[in-house]
Design a protein. Structure first.
Length: 259
């Protein structure tokens, strides 16, 4: 457990293997994610998506996550005032062609942009982006800067925080001029060009029985397009607040004499 929590603390991304997948054919069974989260000593962060939720391609989906289309790198629920800090995804079935899971360290990408294009970095620190959810009797909206500095509780250099989720952006109602919009588009393009570089993205196929755990407000995630007719792809997801994970890490690290 301490190894898992240390991996999350230092790198933001970890994998748990050999997890039963019985629930894939028996929805009445308690999701294994709930068992794992309880074993870690944490509690599920419930939202209008439920305690856990299914990620698979469905007809007439209102959310791109529930299609077979390419889902670009993003963070979840940035339209919440306090987005969940930890996300779990458990692979139950994965026999489709395509559908690789992709991950990227937003801190590394932001620092690269700061070093190579400080003017674009400055634009992303100063231009507010709208994130919204308008669906199924819910309407949520938050404005955030793509990059911010001097966050006292961020372990990243310069106190970095990144908020990046283009698939779930709303109308840019805080962008007030053509010049500001042009600068934003150029800065976003420069940031995305960095993310597309070889070696920036970690790609893996999540085989059934494997769960990925990652820090939602550090590690961007997404997936490549897949052929929904070639098989089944069914993941189970859940959220946990970062506070409870950090609590377990700090307590166990001190108990082990590591701090």
């Amino acid at each position: 457990l301490l190894k898992l929590l240390t991996q999350l603390q230092e790198h933001g991304l970890a994998f748990i293997k050999n997890i039963p997948t019985d629930e894939a054919d028996d929805p009445a069974k308690l999701p294994q994610l709930e068992t794992i989260i309880k074993a870690i000593g944490c509690v599920v962060r419930e939202s209008f998506y439920g305690r856990t939720w299914d990620v698979k391609s469905v007809k007439n989906a209102k959310n791109i996550a529930y299609t077979s289309l390419d889902l670009g790198l993003h963070m979840d629920l940035l339209y919440f005032e306090s987005p969940p800090g930890i996300q779990f995804l458990h692979s139950l079935k994965n026999t489709v062609t395509g559908g690789e899971s992709i991950f990227l360290d937003s801190y590394h990408a932001a620092l690269t942009l700061k070093r190579e294009s400080p003017h674009h970095y400055k634009t992303l620190c100063e231009t507010p982006i709208t994130f919204h959810y308008d669906n199924d009797s819910h309407l949520m909206k938050q404005h955030r800067y793509t990059i911010s500095e001097n966050n006292l509780n961020s372990e990243a250099p310069f106190g970095l925080r990144v908020f990046y989720s283009p698939p779930f952006q709303g109308p840019l109602d805080k962008v007030t001029s053509v010049e500001q919009m042009e600068n934003l588009v150029e800065a976003m393009r420069a940031f995305e060009d960095i993310m597309r570089r070889p070696g920036m993205v970690y790609r893996t196929r999540l085989e059934p029985g494997t769960a990925v755990v990652f820090r939602n407000l550090r590690v961007l995630h997404g997936r490549t397009e897949f052929d929904a007719q070639s098989g089944e792809r069914h993941f189970k997801g859940s959220y946990v607040d970062y506070d409870v994970v950090s609590d377990r890490f700090l307590f166990l690290a001190r108990k082990a004499g590591l701090m």
